[in-house]
Design a protein around this ligand. Structure first.
Ligand SMILES: [Zn+2]
Length: 79
């Protein structure tokens, strides 16, 4: 079901976490956290407010860095 906010909804918190990490890999300033929406009852990403502690987790940070590097390599090969 489509939410009135027009944002993508994530049914489970783990999906929202995964989406948050992925958005960071692609656009470092895209989203800082996620929240439970009172309108649709699903999670949405948000670019406002406090950074989610998940993004300060060393393992998560390492993963973001690694995947950003992989992405740079892919872009280099595309040229
Ligand atoms: Zn919603």
């Amino acid at each position: 079901m489509k939410c009135i906010t027009g944002k993508n909804g994530y049914y489970r918190e783990e999906e929202a976490q995964e989406a948050l990490i992925r958005s960071h890999i692609r656009f470092p300033k895209a989203a800082v956290s996620y929240y439970l929406c009172p309108d649709c009852g699903e999670y949405h990403l948000t670019s406002q407010g406090e950074e989610h502690p998940l993004l300060r987790d060393p393992e998560v940070r390492q993963r973001i860095r690694r995947e950003q590097q992989a992405q740079e390599w892919r872009e280099r090969f595309r040229r």
